[in-house]
Design a protein around this ligand. Structure first.
Ligand code: NAD
Ligand code: MG
Length: 297
């Protein structure tokens, strides 16, 4: 059976062309996307790169976070899965896959814009898994707004709280618990470098995540804690159809990348695993773009 190590043409590896408009309410569900995204369910093959690790993954129910959670488990990690309560259906599917990999899955539903809840995720991980040494901050809020006049203060603040404040709360809470060797992988975006006109609040946070991560990376490196960033390009996930893009943008979503297609969540997982694992021991404060070929600084 083919896995992520199978020699293949990246141009034709996955769905080419655009997608049908398929608006979803709320955070959206992977279960309702067509075509079905690939999160590595049948293809990701672990090789023991995260053996015995204790991981917290936010946004773990769907999209890139789901792909990371599946990969972490197949590489030997136990995983706390954070998601919003309305995404339980997606999250239970991930928990089943983690358990099928022989690892522990702990469901931790809740809203990251609630400071107490966000901080509490660290305690949950320590209590349930016996410690914490890997954090993948993948959760994110993206809602397109075409005109500055229509960008409400409420949305602006919620986007910042979800994408920036929660990251700060989780990392601050975790540092006293993180043993040397621990790794933090944060999630930016090509928007962090090439902001779209209709993603003012979101792009601001994705640029901010790079700055925050690079500042923290320098501060925490002497303690043996490495912080790095993954910067995805267009990836087929619920984020995009649940208000992330205008409906009409789905018709050519991802097609203007050099590879000519959107990425699949499974194609992001190896980046998270690499930055999480000891094999990247000298990689600190790096931003790993996984975007189908769009040039970045
Ligand atoms: P996704 O919708 O599958 O994942 C985002 C997750 O964020 C949701 O599943 C939800 O659980 C979580 N989330 C949102 N608000 C939350 C809140 N208040 N509290 C708790 N959890 C909350 O979409 P995805 O595309 O896999 O997104 C994952 C990350 O990748 C995000 O940070 C996003 O900005 C980033 N990203 C995605 C793309 C893309 O094209 N899909 C491109 C660049 C960056
Ligand atoms: Mg989701």
């Amino acid at each position: 059976m083919s896995d992520q190590y199978t020699f293949a043409n990246p141009v034709s590896l996955y769905h080419r062309g655009g997608f049908e408009a398929q608006p979803q309410e709320g955070p959206g569900l992977a279960a309702e996307l067509g075509p079905k995204p690939d999160h590595g369910e049948t293809s990701y093959r672990g090789t023991g790169r995260l053996t015995g690790r204790r991981a917290l993954v936010t946004g773990a129910d769907s999209g890139i976070g789901r792909a990371a959670a599946i990969a972490f488990a197949r590489e030997g990690a136990d995983v706390v899965l954070n998601f919003l309560p309305e995404e339980r259906r997606d999250a239970e599917e991930v928990a089943r896959l983690v358990e099928e990999a022989g690892r522990r899955a702990v469901l931790a539903p809740g809203d990251l814009t609630d400071e107490e809840f966000a901080r509490g995720l660290v305690r949950t991980t320590v209590d349930e898994l016996g410690g914490i040494d890997l954090i993948a901050n993948v959760a994110g809020k993206q809602q397109h707004v075409e005109e500055i006049a229509d960008l409400t203060s409420q949305q602006f603040e919620e986007t910042l709280r979800t994408n920036l404040n929660a990251l700060f709360w989780i990392v601050q809470e975790a540092v006293p618990h993180l043993p040397p060797g621990s790794t933090i992988v944060n999630t930016s975006s090509v928007q962090g470098y090439q902001p779209s006109p209709n993603l003012v609040d979101y792009a601001t946070t994705k640029s901010g995540i790079i700055a925050m991560s690079q500042a923290l990376a320098q501060q925490l490196a002497p303690r043996g804690i490495r912080v790095n960033v993954v910067a995805p390009g267009p990836v087929w996930t619920p984020l995009q159809v649940a208000g992330g893009q205008p409906d009409e943008a789905m018709a050519d979503f991802g097609t203007s990348t050099p590879l000519g297609r959107a990425g699949q969540p499974a194609e992001l997982a190896p980046a998270y695993v690499f930055l999480a694992s000891p094999e990247s021991s000298y990689v600190v404060g790096a931003v790993l773009s996984v975007n189908g070929g769009m040039p970045t600084p």
